[in-house]
Design a protein around this ligand. Structure first.
Ligand code: UDP
Length: 324
């Protein structure tokens, strides 16, 4: 198939693009390189540099490339930043995407896979969180993703746009073959932050040790990017059917605390990790753990790389042996 991957030079998008390319699909990557890296992509992948809000480039791409399906990864993704700069999140994650959807419809491309997030659920009312769980985002990042989900539901009804919305829990790890990994200069997520602090002998902040959890630190469901990419491949197959609109969690069905992550990193590095207990971070929920029953049932997917030790080992290898 001819697949447009927005944000296809980024952390998850670049692994997706490489895997689609390996599976002989025709891949077109569109990325503004704000965080993504061209070096993360196979040389023969068609690449367009630009912003998803730029209708002119979008039109050029759709005119030239006969895109059959869009995988939409391009987004702002940091909870903390979204609280400080909500305008950035609503513009990038909602307003600009309307241009992409408009261009798709103009070119009769009506298959869309959307990278959404567990942040749409907010503070959980029960665990594990299934897709029926009420949505109530507690930060602008989650709100922006939920807004796009609602827009897609309406586009499905009005324009027959077939959509699969994948709500990622905590995407983590690096490609198993070491080719691709997290690329931000300023590390944004727990595992890369701890590894970076370890490398530079800095102390790691634990954002809140007074949460209502066993060890007082927040619990998250870490899901390996290899598993996320595999779910997208299965979603793409599923979208060959007609009249599809599905919302599906991507998680491992198990939770790990911040302190447990740090302790595993300490074991893998063979050194004690310096930590400091800091106040809670605004916009955080105590626990986020996915039910992945629907992904198993609908997509025939299950996570096979998401054991937390394997995730951290792959992230560690990437951190100290990155390719770009
Ligand atoms: N966290 C932390 N120290 C850090 C970075 C993150 O204690 O330096 C915590 C954060 O508060 C959250 C968990 O680690 O409970 C995962 O955070 P991350 O930003 O990686 O992902 P999020 O769950 O916000 O999407």
């Amino acid at each position: 198939m001819k697949v447009l991957v927005t944000g296809g030079a980024g952390y998850v998008g670049s692994l997706m693009s490489s895997k689609l390319h390996d599976a002989q699909h025709d891949v077109v990557v569109f990325d503004n390189l704000s965080t993504g890296k061209k070096k993360a992509l196979p040389k023969s992948v068609t690449f367009y540099e630009g912003d998803i809000g730029d209708e002119k480039i979008l039109n050029d791409i759709f005119q030239k490339e006969s895109i059959e399906i869009v995988m939409h990864f391009a987004a702002k993704i940091q909870v903390g930043e979204s609280v400080r700069k909500p305008d950035l999140y609503y513009r990038n994650n909602v307003a600009k995407v309307l241009h992409l959807l408009k261009t798709m419809l103009q070119h009769n491309c009506k298959k869309f896979i959307f990278s959404s997030t567990a942040a749409v659920y907010g503070e959980p009312q029960y665990l594990p969180i299934d897709e029926q769980h009420p949505v109530n985002p507690i930060n602008p990042y989650g709100s922006s993703k939920l807004m796009l989900e609602s827009i897609l539901a309406d586009y499905h009804k009005a324009f027959n746009m077939d959509c699969i919305i994948l709500r990622y829990f905590n995407a983590a790890g690096a490609a198993i073959d070491g080719s691709v990994g997290e690329v931000q200069i300023k590390k944004q997520n727990l595992i890369p932050i701890v590894l970076d602090n370890f490398e530079h002998n800095r102390t790691t902040s634990i954002f809140g040790a007074d949460w209502n959890t066993e060890d007082g630190s927040c619990i998250r469901d870490y899901i390996h990017i290899e598993d996320i990419v595999e779910a997208h491949a299965k979603a793409m197959e599923y979208l060959s059917r007609k009249n599809i609109f599905e919302i599906i969690n991507l998680g491992s069905n198990s939770g790990v605390s911040v302190k447990e992550v740090i302790s595993i990193i300490s074991k893998i590095t063979g050194r004690k990790i310096d930590t400091k207990e800091n106040p809670r971070r605004r916009g955080d929920a105590a626990q986020l753990i996915a039910s992945n029953e629907k992904a198993k049932r609908i997509l025939g997917w299950k996570p096979v790389n998401s054991n937390i030790k394997d995730i951290i080992r792959s992230a560690y290898r990437w951190h100290f042996n990155r390719k770009y």
